[in-house]
Design a protein around this ligand. Structure first.
Ligand code: ADP
Ligand code: MG
Length: 258
């Protein structure tokens, strides 16, 4: 999916958070967004996904040349936009399986109870088996999908659960907000390899990784790296920019923007 953001300005309440963001992502590209805490990375992610709290005060967000500024979050999800949250919410009493089944149904996947000869692969049993396979590839236990959504999950389980949703929904634009924060070395490897495998299987899907670290790029190749400071993208480059930032920090752009 192509994403084009032009001059995007966004307010949270009275404060201006995004101050003119330009970003172009081609189908199948992998982009990384880095930046200090509070620079607006999560705001950008939420606004692309259509979070109603944020007000767009200027600019446009378009996917495949269609402006989506006014589309609700569920319509954007139906178009294939997926956001893996930095801090996923808990939904007590509703299982992972049921959330994903509903999400799949809302996206137009039809499920039948029995084995359907007309639509093989789309019955509930197959869907369940598919989820179990994804869970296993993420090193989540088989009972994971029966657990209450995010309730009592460890930090690592929450992050893997975001990736499980991504795998189940096959989105066309994947935005992962700090998917690598709070994961141990093994967890990072499992998650990064799952994203890499997803990308290989869905080569036209675009991926945006918001991160503080270059280490996820050991498993995934990024086409572009962007630096966000104070609500603007101040620098874009290739993968090497990520390791430069890990070495040297953001200071040189921060002093520029003052
Ligand atoms: P980042 O993800 O880069 O750390 P955020 O997008 O979370 O940054 O936040 C950017 C700025 O916007 C911060 O100053 C934050 O306090 C403010 N902000 C974000 N969301 C809200 C909100 N819901 N209400 C008030 N301020 C917010
Ligand atoms: Mg954030």
């Amino acid at each position: 999916m192509n994403l084009q953001i032009k001059g995007l300005k966004v307010k949270a309440g009275d404060s201006q958070i995004l101050k003119g963001v330009d970003l172009k992502i081609g189908a199948g590209e992998v982009h990384v967004v880095m930046g200090p805490n509070g620079s607006g990375k999560s705001t950008l992610a939420q606004v692309i996904a259509g979070h109603p709290f944020y007000k767009i005060s200027g600019g446009t967000i378009s996917v495949d040349r269609k402006t989506i500024n006014k589309l609700s979050a569920d319509k954007r999800a139906k178009l294939g936009i997926f956001l893996g949250f930095q801090n996923p919410v808990e939904i007590p009493g509703v299982s992972v399986f049921n959330v994903l089944r509903k999400a799949g149904q809302a996206k137009g996947q039809a499920f039948s109870k029995g084995d359907s000869k007309l639509r093989p692969g789309l019955n509930l049993g197959n869907f369940r088996n598919q989820l179990l396979e994804y869970a296993s590839s993420l090193k989540l236990s088989p009972d994971h999908i029966s657990r209450s959504f995010n309730e009592g999950f460890s930090g690592g389980e929450k992050k893997r659960n975001e990736i499980l949703q991504m795998l189940a929904l096959s989105p066309k634009l994947v935005i992962l907000d700090e998917i690598d924060s709070g994961l141990d070395v093994d967890g990072l490897k499992v998650v990064a390899q799952a994203i890499a495998k997803f990308h290989k299987k869905n080569p036209k899907s675009s991926i945006v990784l918001i991160t503080h670290y270059a280490r996820i790029l050991k498993y995934l190749r990024a086409d572009y790296v962007h630096v966000m400071i104070d609500g603007k993208i101040v620098k874009s480059g290739k993968q090497k920019l990520a390791s430069d930032i890990e070495d040297k920090g953001y200071e040189k752009w921060q002093t520029q923007s003052l």
